[in-house]
Design a protein around this ligand. Structure first.
Ligand SMILES: Cc1cc2nc3c(=O)[nH]c(=O)nc-3n(C[C@H](O)[C@H](O)[C@H](O)COP(=O)(O)OP(=O)(O)OC[C@H]3O[C@@H](n4cnc5c(N)ncnc54)[C@H](O)[C@@H]3O)c2cc1C
Length: 370
């Protein structure tokens, strides 16, 4: 049977970042689509988050703050389009102002720089068309061309000898004495298998199913993924010209709230909303327009019903079911489950794009210890 040293399952931004980081070993990346990044990694807000939201000491906080700095370095060194555009989290009442103070304290605790509470007057100078009482300014928040980032990770991994098998789905993972037998179904319907000493599961929305292939009881382990959809509406009619920064409401329990999403071409979307679904489905419901208007008009009073049209949707791979408290990323070398050499990355929702280069370094340290 053919052998490889390391198999990475999934060529989203996380699998690609890991491949680029741990290269110089015999590595195979397996992706079921014909190209990289066809799922969540190309269906998100493309925001380089600063790391203010997450509990101190969590992987989300640590890897987001580190990833933010690494991403800016990668962008400037490798000509990846980005803009350090900055973000305002706005408050419309006294309770929300208190919330901003808490976010400021948490952000500083997490090591985020360039945070400042702005008065209504300060905000009006930089965003004259929005309604706000006060806002938290995050100067290290930016936007990035995620496709170019993924292309850079893939190119960099290939240059170091990493192989990519596109159009190949991992169907089975069986523990053997010296690694794992990985079974593949390719695009021609052919089945084959090979032996891999180390297996890294970065399969995004299917990471729980891949963990189950290796024999893990995902309910006992707490690895079951719950799909939480986020839809975007495009802001047209030249209204995008009235917005210059990322503008967020205070965060909710399941998401960051419907915000303005700027892209590098100057277009603006509104989104994403957040609701749990049972099946993967990327349709945007026109009927949700009313909710979008209700959520955004208190802050962006100039948005009219005719200005917004359905755009795209993404799905968050959440570890918590609806109504449960937020969970951290799982990045686990499964020795305790009797599966040495298997590394699971599960629940890599936001800020997974921002954290991707830091996640890669974290996984590399795990591999160096195996
Ligand atoms: C609406 C939304 C907005 C977001 N906004 C932001 C943001 O602004 N900033 C930020 O930092 N993060 C954001 N995120 C989070 C970010 O997009 C994700 O954390 C990141 O893209 C996850 O990357 P990934 O590689 O883990 O997963 P994916 O991109 O889903 O890649 C996993 C890959 O595994 C493959 N795969 C699955 N099963 C198999 C199998 N059996 N065999 C072979 N291949 C398989 C899939 O085809 C897929 O390509 C957002 C997410 C959503 C949903």
């Amino acid at each position: 049977m053919e052998k490889v040293e390391i198999t990475i399952i999934g060529a989203g931004v996380v699998g690609l970042a890991i491949a680029a980081e741990i290269a110089n070993k015999e590595i195979l990346v397996i992706e079921r689509h014909e190209h990289f990044g066809e799922e969540t990694s190309s269906r998100n807000s493309e925001v380089i988050h600063s790391g203010i939201y997450y509990p101190k000491g969590s992987l989300k906080a640590k890897l987001c703050v580190e990833g933010n700095q690494l991403l800016y370095q990668i962008c400037t060194s490798h000509q990846i389009p980005y803009q350090r555009v900055g973000k305002l989290i706005v408050a419309l009442n006294d309770k929300e102002i208190e919330g901003l103070e808490e976010l400021l304290a948490r952000g500083r605790d997490n090591g985020v720089h360039n945070l400042q509470i702005l008065s209504q007057k300060d905000v009006q100078q930089i965003e004259p068309h929005i309604n706000v009482l006060s806002a938290l300014w995050s100067g290290s928040t930016g936007i990035i061309d995620t496709h170019s980032l993924m292309k850079y990770f893939e190119r960099s991994a290939r240059a170091k000898g990493v192989d990519f098998a596109y159009g190949c789905e991992v169907e089975s993972i069986e523990k053997k004495t010296d690694g794992y037998e990985v079974g593949i179904l390719d695009a021609d319907g052919e089945r084959f298998s090979f032996l891999s000493r180390i297996v890294i599961n970065s399969a995004g929305l299917c990471a729980d199913k891949v963990a189950a292939l290796a024999g893990i009881d995902i309910d006992v382990a707490g690895y079951r993924i719950h799909y939480c959809k986020g839809e975007y509406f495009n802001l047209g009619a030249d209204k995008h010209k009235l917005i210059h920064h990322l503008i967020y409401p205070p965060p909710t329990t399941i998401g960051l709230g419907i915000h303005t999403v700027l892209d590098l071409q100057g277009r603006v979307k509104l989104g994403p909303n957040a609701f749990y679904i049972d099946e993967i489905d990327y349709q945007v419901e026109e009927g949700h327009k009313k909710d979008f208007l209700e959520s955004t008009r208190p802050i962006l009073p100039f948005v009219e019903e005719s200005d917004i049209t359905p755009d795209m949707a993404g799905i968050r791979p959440k570890l918590q079911a609806e109504g449960e408290p937020a969970r951290d990323f799982v990045i686990s070398h499964e020795i305790a489950l009797g599966l040495p050499g298997l590394i699971n990355l599960i629940g890599i929702e936001s800020p997974g794009l921002t954290a991707s280069p830091a996640i890669a370094r974290y996984v590399k340290k795990m591999i160096d210890r195996i």
